[in-house]
Write a protein that binds this ligand. Structure first.
Ligand code: ADP
Ligand code: MG
Length: 773
């Protein structure tokens, strides 16, 4: 029997989906596949797993003893939803568990398992029939993450196999059920795709008890949306009745900056210092540190199974890009205020409360992310400043006002050159609607869009493009081949990837030795023995290639550390990011302190750049990883060495995870993971460099004066800054990224790069010099 805490009992009954329990369960029991659509906050994620659990799913001895598996595109959601559902059912975290790439609470007792979509995809490689599960819920299908899309395609086949086996009377598990959940009604790519589901599955619509949300467009669209957002939040706070404010911005630095400024003006301290009732409205400041933060750690939300590298940073000196609608904002403060009030038909409220400001983005440590669910302190107004994590994944209680900048940071990928860019682009109309909807959960709400209605009508796409059309797919293709989907082009994709992209992916996999000679209808052939070993790792194939051939000279532990670092991404806070605290704390410092900090920064940079006189960004990270372990990790080390704690912790965990895979899998070695490694020997460094070169053999850049017949050769350069390079497959000059160890030295003839990112130029990042003399 189920024992729910009384307050849960009560709040559950208010969720629209609870009223639909019976029709939903009926549909699930009568159909192998069911699609459930319902507004964000209607209770899909927290309640549907409970319906199943109450109906006996996931309980040993019942008709459906296999686990209830629930996938999420984001780690944050997998973790927080598991803990919420455990709480609602009064069960332990080993019964209602989560599993993400680095971490998990899964046990033999687990009944409900929340995981990222990447985790389930990997499980399919070792247990294609998913025998441990009786039902799989694919959540947030509307987001069209690449892993979710592939999962739906693969599961359509798994379902059929499980059913055939069961009909043929073989021993083994009962048929598997699939539930696809979406926050929008746009499910035709799944529901009406005959290649995917020969007979269309039933769609259940949960009527949302959504309160009306009044949408207010700006009269004009200003490119300075950061300051606009601050002003709007200030006005709402000083003039409008109580209710939480949710602000949508694009990235971490932007969010931390806004939180800091709001804290200064409206935080608890500012509030107690101020004589009450002086309504302070922030002035529009000139272009300053916030409006054009040069360096932005892009937020990467999804499990990075297909990529192996994390989001690069933007380039210093570039603006935040993409805004062609840069119209001066002529609206005077006074007019704006009055307009705001008149629009709402409300009188200025007294500001006797202060703001309780909480940032939310995926790189924020998990305990800080969970703060959005805590009840704000008395006499305060909750202000959450978030990336689109809050768009559909997490429902934050008590939000009455939404401030939407209308933009999001998106990964773009150019198929022919492999150039990636992170651009701040307009969101889709569907996303904007989701964002607005967040204001109507508790009562009637208001959404302030920091862009004009004309812009919205004419320049916003209707829906967000599926991720599979704009991201590299080598990792996914290897996963699919390891599931013996040999002709990937024939796979029932909800949306098929670009043919060129597929061809390119198979070519790279052949280069890396993961695929054999071509089979009919495909570029690459079947998976090789090497490829199968590579597919064991939750990593980009380039990285797994290094692992499976990295055993020379006892270098494997170093290869593991290096690969873990490459996969997690560059943990260094670069020069331009010095002003911002990594963990979302708001602090300001004196000029002297800033100067001292800069000095310390250049010192550590030099220290870590010198490993084996390496001329390699990759070895620089390896160096800091080593030092971190010797120091015993921790916040202080990270502050002193200008690295991000969360990423260092992830590197540590990934090292351990990779070591476990190797031990359990093909190597048979044991006790591989020793966190503290002595510095690598010259011989070991040499073999690391060789492995890197082998894995990135198609990503070599040559200094342009060496290839260009028209240029005089023999030029002596003292600094690599501004020196053009040429790279295979890229029809333009490329440059060494200013944050690279190599950028400040004399330019090497050849480098390998791990990524190319475009802002104003095509920049090479993650550099290692080849063949240093
Ligand atoms: P959906 O998946 O349909 O968007 P959810 O099941 O995520 O809806 O959310 C249902 C309700 O549960 C929301 O009102 C949300 O605020 C609440 N909720 C979810 N997680 C938590 C949590 N960790 N703490 C408190 N309330 C939560
Ligand atoms: Mg949900």
């Amino acid at each position: 029997t189920i024992q729910r805490p009384p307050e849960v009992q009560e709040s559950r009954l208010l969720l629209p989906i609870v009223a639909e329990e019976q029709p939903i369960m009926e549909a699930i029991l009568l159909n192998p596949i069911v699609i459930v659509c319902g507004e964000t906050g209607s209770g899909k994620t927290t309640q549907v797993p409970q319906f199943l659990y109450e109906a006996g799913f996931g309980t040993p001895g019942s008709d459906n003893p296999g686990m209830i598996g629930v996938t999420q595109p984001r780690r944050v959601a997998a973790m927080s939803m598991a803990s919420r559902v455990a709480h609602e059912l009064s069960l332990t975290s080993s019964k209602v568990s989560y599993q993400i790439r680095y971490d998990g609470t899964v046990s033999p007792d687990t009944s409900i398992k929340f995981m990222t979509d990447g985790v389930l995809l990997r499980e399919l490689a070792t247990d294609f029939l998913l025998t441990k599960y009786s039902v799989i819920i694919i959540d947030e299908a509307h987001e069209r993450s690449i892993n979710t899309d592939i999962l739906i395609g693969v599961l359509s086949r798994v379902l059929k196999l499980r059913e055939d086996m069961w009909r043929n009377g073989k021993d083994g598990p009962k048929p598997l059920r699939l539930i696809i959940m979406s926050a929008t009604l746009r499910v035709s790519d799944f529901a009406e795709n005959r290649a995917l589901f020969p007979s269309p599955p039933p769609i259940i619509n949960v009527a949302a008890r959504q309160h009306p949300v009044t949408v207010h467009f700006s009269r004009r669209t200003s490119s300075d949306y950061v300051n606009e957002a601050i002003r709007k939040v200030g006005k709402i706070h000083t003039r409008l009745p109580p209710g939480g404010i949710l602000v949508f911005l694009t990235g971490q630095n932007e969010i931390n900056g806004v939180c800091r400024r709001l804290e200064e003006m409206f935080g608890k301290k500012a509030h107690s210092n101020r004589n009450l009732k002086v309504a302070v409205v922030p002035k529009k400041t000139p272009t300053d540190t916030i409006s054009h933060i040069a360096l932005e750690q892009a937020d990467v939300e999804a499990e990075e199974i297909e990529l192996g590298f994390d989001a690069p940073e933007e380039i210093p000196g570039d603006d935040d890009g993409g805004d062609e609608f840069d119209v001066d904002d002529l609206e005077s403060d006074g007019d704006g205020d009055r307009a705001l009030n008149e629009e709402l038909g409300l009188n200025a409220a007294e500001t006797e409360s202060f703001m309780h400001i909480v940032p939310l983005y995926s790189l924020l440590p998990s305990d800080k992310q969970m703060k959005v669910f805590e009840t704000p302190p008395p006499n305060s107004r909750l202000v959450v400043v978030s990336t689109n994590v809050a768009e559909t994944s997490l429902t934050i209680p008590g939000i009455r006002y939404v401030v939407d900048c209308g933009r999001a940071k998106e990964r773009r990928y150019d198929v022919s050159s492999g150039i990636q860019s992170f651009q701040v682009t307009w969101v889709s109309k569907a996303s904007a609607a989701q964002r607005a909807g967040r204001a109507g959960r508790t009562g009637p709400g208001h959404c302030y869009r920091l862009y004009s209605s004309a812009l919205f009508e004419h320049h916003f796409d209707k829906f967000t493009q599926p991720e599979i059309l704009r991201t590299p797919i080598e990792g996914i293709v290897l996963q699919m081949k390891s599931m013996h989907i040999d002709v990937v082009a024939n796979f029932p994709f909800p949306t098929s990837p670009d043919r060129d992209m597929l061809r390119k992916a198979e070519k790279l996999l052949m280069t890396l030795g993961a695929l054999g000679s071509p089979t009919a209808g495909a570029v690459g052939g079947e998976i090789t023995v090497l490829g199968k070993s590579m597919a064991l790792f939750p990593l980009h194939p380039r990285f797994s290639r290094m692992l499976v051939s990295g055993q020379q000279h006892g270098s494997l532990p170093y290869v593991i550390a290096m690969v873990a670092a490459l996969a997690v991404g560059d943990p260094f806070i670069h020069e331009e990011g010095l002003a911002t605290d990594d963990d979302g704390d708001n602090s300001s410092s004196s000029p002297e302190a800033v100067r001292a900090r800069r000095q310390a920064y250049f010192q550590t940079k030099a220290t870590h750049s010198s490993l084996g006189n390496s001329m390699s960004d990759v070895f620089k990270v390896l160096s800091v990883v080593g030092a971190y372990e010797y120091a015993g990790g921790g916040h202080k080390f990270c502050a002193d060495h200008f690295v991000r704690l969360k990423m260092m912790e992830e590197i540590h965990k990934l090292r351990s995870q990779i070591s476990n895979i190797i031990e359990a899998g093909f190597l048979g070695t044991s006790a591989l993971f020793t966190p503290q490694l002595p510095p690598p020997s010259d011989l070991q460094l040499k073999s690391l460099r060789q492995l890197l070169t082998g894995a990135f053999i198609d990503q070599v850049a040559v200094r342009k004066d060496l290839v260009d017949q028209n240029t005089e050769s023999g030029i002596q350069y003292s600094m690599a800054k501004g020196i053009p390079y040429r790279a295979i497959g890229i029809d333009e000059d490329v440059f060494l990224h200013p944050s690279s160890v190599l950028a400040g030295a004399s330019p090497p003839q050849y480098v390998i790069y791990t990524e190319v990112v475009r802002t104003s130029r095509a920049w090479l990042k993650g550099l290692t010099m080849i063949n240093p003399s």
